[in-house]
Design a protein around this ligand. Structure first.
Ligand code: DON
Length: 565
C-alpha cells in the first residue's frame, strides 16, 4: 500500500533536477564556440554531438552519461573520427573523489605478428599499416562505453537514442565535413567492396543530408543486446565477413575476447594543482608529467607567453620527453616500463642538466635518459553540477581510419596498427619512432599519445582538457594547460593561441602558420630549425571561472562547439 506514494516521491525527487531537454534540430544548427553555464556543459567536435550530451544532463544524467551520448552521436555526425570501429580513453574525476581511467584502446588481432608490415627485402610497408583491412586493430569503443556505464545514471537506450535518430533520419553536413568526404572519395572507392553511405557520384556540399541506415541498425543492435550487439551476433558476423573480403586479421574470437580495462589514473602535482590524466598504453600521461615536471621550477609566468625563453624551455622539455617515449613506452601488459623512474623528480632534474638557455639542444646528442632498472581523433570534455568531470579522447587514428566501412554495418574501422613501431626507427604517420617496447605482438595495445586530462584545484575539478592531433596531442595539452595555469590567458585564447611542437625526431620545431614571427626569429638565432605547418590540435576545454560557472570552449580550428545550461 505504501509503495506507491514512496515510488511517486522517488520519481518526483529524481525529476526535480531534470528539465525539458533542448530539442535537437539536425538540419538547422549552429557552431557555438563558447558557452557559460551554471549546471553542466559539454564541448566536442560537432554541435549535434554536444547537444546530445546536453540533453542527457537536462534529463538528470551526469557527466558520464553526457560523455557516452556525445561519443555515440560523434560516431554518426563526425565519421572521420567519432567511431564505433576505433578506440579511446576516458579519464574522470567523480564527485565522490574517485579518479577513473578507462582504457578501450584497440588491440592487435591474435594473428598479428612482429614483422607483419615488413616486406621480403626488409623494408617497412606503412601503406599496409595505414590503409585497408590489415591496418585495423580490434575495436574497443563499444566495450569502453559499457565499461563507463556503471558510472552513469541513465540507460543505454536513453544514451544511444539521439545517435540512432541522427543515423536513421540523417543530418545536414557542415562544409568542413563535405570537403573532407570529397577529398577521400577515391580512397573510399578503392578500399571498399560494398556500397556505403559515404560514397556518391555528385560531390558533397554543405547542407546535404547524410543518412546512415546500416549504422542505425548497428546502433539498435547495441541498444537491444548491449556489448554483445557489437562483439557478437550480426555485427560481429558483418565485421568478420568484411575481414574475409579484404584479407584482414580480426577473428570472431578476437572480438569476443576484447575487454576494456580500468587502470589507475596518472596523478601528479604541478604547483598547487593536481593533474589527473591517462596512464599507459597512452604515452600522454607519462610524457605530460615529465614535461610539466621539467619546467615547473622555472619562472615561466615572468618570462611571458610565447617569449623566446618560455618557448625554448618548453621545447627542450618536449624533446626529452619524446626521446623517452620512443625508447621506453609501450603496452604495460606486455612490456615493463620504468614509469616511476621516468617521472621521478631526480630523474627529471638530471634530464634537464644539459639544457642551455642560450642555445638550441640537439636530438643527436640528447637520446633517451638512463634508467637504472632491470588526423583523426576527437576529444570531448564534460562537467556537471554534481562535481563530476569527464575527459574522453577517442580515435580511428587517421581520418576515416582504414577508410574501410564494414559492409552492411555502416561504420569505419580504425587504422590504429600504424601506432605500433612497425620497424625500429621507421617513423609512423606522425613521424614518431619507437623500439621493441612498442613492437607489434598479438593481443598487444599500440602506444597512444591521447591525453584526456583533468586539473583539480583544492581537489575540485577546475579544467577539463584534451585534443586530437597524433604526436602533437601531448604538447598541445601541455601548452593549453600552461596557457591557463602560468600565462593566465582567457580560456578561448588559451585554446586558440597558435601552438608549437617538438617531438625529438625530427629535430625541428613545428609552428602553426599564424605564429608571431618575433619569438621564432629568436629561436632561429639560437640554432632551432623552425618549420611552419597546418593546424595543431583541436582542443576542447571546460574551465570553472571565478564565479563558479563553467566556461566551455571549442577550438577555432574546426566545427567544435560547446553546449550547456
Ligand atoms: O592514439 C594516438 O596517439 C593516435 N592514433 C591519435 C591520432 C590522432 O590524434 C589523429 N588526429 N588528428
Amino acid at each position: 500500500m505504501r509503495t506507491i506514494p514512496v515510488l511517486l516521491a522517488i520519481i518526483l525527487a529524481s525529476t526535480a533536477y531534470a528539465q525539458q531537454p533542448t530539442a535537437i534540430n539536425a538540419f538547422h544548427y549552429q557552431v557555438k564556440k563558447s558557452v557559460t553555464a551554471s549546471h553542466g556543459a559539454v564541448v566536442s567536435a560537432h554541435p549535434l554531438a554536444s547537444q546530445a550530451g546536453l540533453q542527457m544532463l537536462q534529463q538528470g544524467g551526469n557527466a558520464v552519461d553526457a560523455a557516452i551520448a556525445t561519443q555515440l552521436a560523434l560516431a554518426v555526425v563526425y565519421p572521420a573520427a567519432g567511431n564505433l570501429g576505433g578506440g579511446g580513453f576516458l579519464v574522470a574525476h567523480l564527485k565522490d573523489g574517485k579518479d577513473l581511467a578507462i582504457d578501450y584502446r584497440e588491440k592487435a588481432p591474435s594473428a598479428a605478428s612482429r614483422n607483419m608490415y615488413i616486406d621480403a627485402s626488409g623494408n617497412a610497408n606503412t601503406k599496409l599499416s595505414q590503409d585497408g583491412h590489415l591496418a585495423s586493430g580490434v575495436p574497443g569503443t563499444v566495450a569502453g562505453i559499457f565499461a563507463s556505464l556503471p558510472y552513469a545514471k541513465l540507460t543505454i537506450q536513453q544514451l544511444i537514442a539521439p545517435a540512432i535518430t541522427l543515423a536513421e533520419k540523417g543530418f545536414a553536413i557542415t562544409e568542413r565535413e563535405a570537403n573532407s568526404l570529397n577529398a577521400t572519395q577515391e580512397q573510399f572507392s578503392k578500399l571498399n567492396t560494398q556500397a556505403n553511405a559515404f560514397v556518391r557520384k555528385r560531390p558533397w556540399k554543405a547542407g546535404d543530408t547524410l543518412v546512415q541506415k546500416d549504422l542505425a541498425a548497428t546502433l539498435k543492435r547495441i541498444s537491444t543486446n548491449g556489448r554483445a550487439g557489437f562483439y557478437e551476433g550480426e555485427t560481429a558476423a558483418l565485421i568478420i565477413a568484411e575481414m574475409k573480403r579484404g584479407k584482414g586479421l580480426i577473428t570472431e574470437a578476437d572480438l569476443k575476447a576484447y575487454e576494456a580495462k580500468e587502470r589507475p589514473a596518472v596523478s601528479f602535482f604541478y604547483k598547487d594543482y593536481r593533474i589527473v590524466t591517462m596512464p599507459l598504453p597512452s604515452s600522454g600521461g607519462v610524457a605530460l608529467q615529465q614535461m610539466m615536471g621539467m619546467v615547473e621550477k622555472y619562472p615561466l609566468a615572468a618570462w611571458g607567453f610565447h617569449s623566446v625563453s618560455a618557448m625554448q624551455l618548453m621545447i627542450e622539455a618536449e624533446r626529452r620527453a619524446y626521446a623517452d617515449r620512443a625508447q621506453f613506452l609501450g603496452d604495460p601488459d606486455f612490456v615493463k616500463v620504468p614509469v616511476k623512474q621516468l617521472t621521478s623528480a631526480a630523474y627529471l632534474r638530471e634530464r634537464m642538466k644539459d639544457y642551455n638557455p642560450r642555445q638550441a639542444g640537439s636530438s643527436k646528442l640528447t637520446g633517451a635518459g638512463t634508467v637504472y632498472e632491470s588526423d583523426e581523433t576527437t576529444h570531448l570534455s564534460v562537467m556537471d553540477t554534481e562535481g563530476n568531470a569527464v575527459s574522453v579522447t577517442t580515435t580511428l587514428n587517421g581520418g576515416y581510419g582504414s577508410k574501410v566501412v564494414v559492409g552492411g554495418a555502416g561504420f569505419f574501422l580504425n587504422n590504429e596498427m600504424d601506432d605500433f613501431s612497425v620497424k625500429p626507427g621507421v617513423p609512423n604517420m606522425y613521424g614518431l619512432v619507437g623500439t621493441e617496447a612498442n613492437a607489434v605482438a598479438p593481443g598487444k595495445r599500440m602506444l597512444s599519445s591521447m591525453t584526456p586530462t583533468i586539473v583539480l584545484k583544492k581537489d575540485k575539478p577546475y579544467i577539463v582538457a584534451g585534443t586530437p592531433g597524433g604526436s602533437t596531442i601531448i604538447t598541445s595539452v601541455f601548452q593549453t594547460l600552461l596557457n591557463i595555469l602560468e600565462f593566465n590567458l582567457p580560456t578561448q585564447q588559451a585554446v586558440d593561441a597558435p601552438k608549437f611542437h617538438h617531438q625529438w625526431l625530427p629535430d625541428v620545431v613545428d609552428v602553426e602558420e599564424d605564429f608571431d614571427e618575433t619569438p621564432l626569429q629568436g629561436l632561429r638565432q639560437m640554432g632551432y630549425k623552425v618549420i611552419s605547418r597546418g593546424a595543431i590540435g583541436r582542443t576542447e576545454v571546460i574551465k570553472v571561472n571565478g564565479k563558479g560557472q563553467l566556461e566551455a570552449v571549442g577550438d577555432k580550428r574546426g566545427d567544435d562547439s560547446a553546449a550547456g545550461y
